[in-house]
Design a protein around this ligand. Structure first.
Ligand code: NAD
Ligand code: AKB
Length: 324
């Protein structure tokens, strides 16, 4: 199981997480053994220069199956999804991609006896009825968004495939992911990334949540570590499978702005909350990740201070190189 991964298919590989996770997976398993796929065209992308790629819409089960057979895939990392803000604007699309897409991937996993399917979940599984401070791993899951609803159903569906068919489905509930390579694709936590780009490029940012909004966040290197550590964790150590809370840091939007100001003293941030504020208010302020720590040794490396320093260094280098 976890230690038997040889050929990996990544769906949604052009996204914020996929674009960096594919590179890490290729380092670990060999460039030729990680097939990066997305419904968008990958030709000309960094991923296409470094290893195999294919265009793959996860709503096309026959094509997933063909790809798995063609590349002799034994593990799928399923990242294709519609995130919270886009999902609220287009719930029909969110349902289709997040539910039908996952069902297709799990069915192919079952029929082809794959070693593992990794499916990220999200802090979006929680809702206003959940304890929002230090939210426990096993608690009330009543989200108020279509995205959150599909993530809860996805966790349950993955567990069902494990219990019923023995398919090794794993997943962690990422908090908002902050990264300097690929911008996020339509989530509520996107402000915590956009603020860095705008600070470096223009020295000012208008934030779409209130200054006192506090949410759990994680820097990309920790996201990659968490994902790859869970993938290789011995199955017999896991009591949870598809639903691990993983914490790293929690901060208010104004605390992030203040941290950025330590590096860019003239940085100005103002706040104009929009419809995403309601989503942010329904999510945990911080999460308890004792199950992940106990069952597969989860430990984050970055906090607000070290993440901010590294983000600014990377984005300033990209800005100077004319990439932003
Ligand atoms: P993203 O929006 O940046 O990327 C998603 C990718 O999926 C895009 O490249 C898009 O083209 C692709 N896609 C959309 N529909 C598709 C389809 N029908 N077939 C194939 N590809 C399709 O998302 P991300 O941030 O990289 O998220 C990856 C996973 O992690 C998702 O399951 C998401 O819910 C989860 N997650 C992300 C965060 C975060 O902050 N980034 C937080 C919690 C959970
Ligand atoms: C979003 O904001 O939708 C994502 C998530 C926390 O799932 N970043």
């Amino acid at each position: 199981m976890g230690d038997n991964i040889q050929r990996v298919l990544v769906t949604g590989a052009l996204g914020q997480i996929g674009s960096e996770l594919c590179a890490s997976l290729r380092q670990r398993y060999g460039a030729d053994n990680v097939v990066a796929s997305d419904c968008k065209d990958l030709s000309g992308s960094k991923l296409a220069k470094a290893g195999p790629t294919c265009t793959l819409d996860v709503l096309d089960r026959a094509l997933i199956e063909k790809t798995v057979v063609h590349y002799k895939i034994d593990t799928i990392v399923h990242l294709a999804a519609i995130l919270s803000a886009t999902g609220e604007a287009n719930p029909d699309l969110a349902w289709k991609v997040n539910m039908d897409g996952l069902y297709n991937v799990l069915e192919v996993g079952r029929v082809h006896h794959l070693n593992q399917v990794m499916v990220p979940s999200s802090i979006a599984v929680f809702g206003p009825g959940t304890p929002l401070e230090n939210t426990p791993n096993d608690t009330i899951l009543r989200p108020s968004t279509m995205y959150g609803l599909t993530k809860v159903a996805g966790e349950l569906l993955g567990s069902y495939y494990f219990d019923k068919f023995g398919l090794d489905v794993r997943g962690l509930r990422y908090p908002g992911i902050i990264s300097a390579e690929t911008p996020p694709g339509g989530g509520t936590t996107d402000y915590a990334v956009a603020i860095f780009y705008e600070a470096v490029k223009h020295g000012r940012y208008t934030c779409f949540v209130r200054d006192d909004t506090r949410l759990p966040m994680m820097y990309m290197p920790d996201c990659l570590k968490a994902t790859m550590d869970l993938m290789v964790a011995p199955l017999h150590n896991l009591k949870h499978h598809t639903d691990f809370n993983v914490g790293a840091m929690s901060f208010r939007a104004c605390e992030l702005a203040a941290e950025i100001r330590k590096h860019i003293p003239s940085f100005q941030c103002d706040y104009q909350p929009d419809r995403r504020q309601n989503i942010a208010d329904s999510w945990p302020r911080s999460v308890a990740d004792d199950a992940a720590r106990r069952e597969w040794g989860w430990r984050p490396n970055f906090d607000l201070e070290t993440m901010t320093e590294d983000m600014i260094k990377r984005l300033q280098a990209r800005h100077q190189a004319g990439e932003l």
